[in-house]
Design a protein around this ligand. Structure first.
Ligand code: DER
Length: 235
């Protein structure tokens, strides 16, 4: 499909441009775009990859690394990364991202922050001027289960009346993250989403919030595959 081709194009372009021979410690994100990232890395060949370790951002990411025949690394041992590549749910004109559609954004943010270079790859649907233009589900917020009910109350009061606990589709009950936490999706109006750093700070301070799916000032560049087979780059 056009969307899959766009994901592949963004991923291939980013790997070709940013994964250099001297890069040895690589963070691999989560979602449906990063499989193309791993595919392109594997295509660099066994020699290029034999001295590299790859750090996952969750079970899906770990499986991609293992199935790609790439060496798994542990963040406990490799605390500083050369490069992390990940998808996003939406990216604005200043490279702020909404992330967490896949409920992996805590580990994603750790590896994004730990990398010298953090690159985002996405299809054209994610390319916005202001966050919330296309991604309407809300800001994903990983929360400790103990505090979720109070946080729902607070979020609804401070500007997200439609804030909701993310329920699982293939399991009864809420989504439980790899870290054993819940996720609240909190839609905010443009008035809040036009200043992502301020919203991030406000949300991060709420008691019981573990991590917020707003990545501000982290990405060095974003690659968007377009419907017409071209690539848009923002940096
Ligand atoms: O949860 C995330 O941030 C993931 O990176 C994911 O949402 C990216 O979306 P994708 O499946 O369209 O790549």
């Amino acid at each position: 499909t056009l969307i899959e081709a766009a994901k592949q194009l963004a991923a291939y372009t980013a790997v070709d441009r940013h994964l250099l021979p001297q890069h040895k410690i690589i963070g691999i994100g989560s979602g449906s775009t990063v499989p193309y990232v791993v595919e392109r890395i594997v295509a660099q060949g066994a020699d290029a990859n034999k001295h590299r370790v790859f750090l996952p951002t969750g079970h899906q990411s770990k499986e991609l690394i293992v199935q790609g025949g790439l060496t798994l690394g542990d963040i406990d041992q490799y605390t500083d990364l050369d490069l992390t590549i990940d998808g996003a749910d939406e990216v604005d004109a200043d490279l702020n991202c909404i992330k967490g559609g896949g409920a992996c954004h805590l580990r994603e943010k750790v590896l994004a922050e730990a990398a010298e270079t953090f690159i985002v790859v996405a299809d054209y649907r994610k390319n916005s001027h202001i966050l919330g233009t296309n991604y309407k589900v809300g800001v994903p917020i990983e929360v400790t289960p103990f505090a979720y009910a109070r946080l729902l109350q607070t979020l609804r009061r401070i500007g997200s009346p439609l804030a909701a606990l993310r329920m699982a589709k293939a399991k009864a009950g809420p989504v439980v993250t790899d870290n054993g936490n819940f996720v609240i999706d909190a839609p905010f109006p443009e008035s809040h989403l036009r200043n992502p750093p301020a919203l991030l700070q406000e949300l991060k301070m709420l008691t019981g919030v573990v991590e917020v799916g707003l990545f501000c000032g982290m990405a060095k560049a974003a690659y968007f595959g377009n419907e017409d087979g071209s690539v848009a780059v923002r940096w």
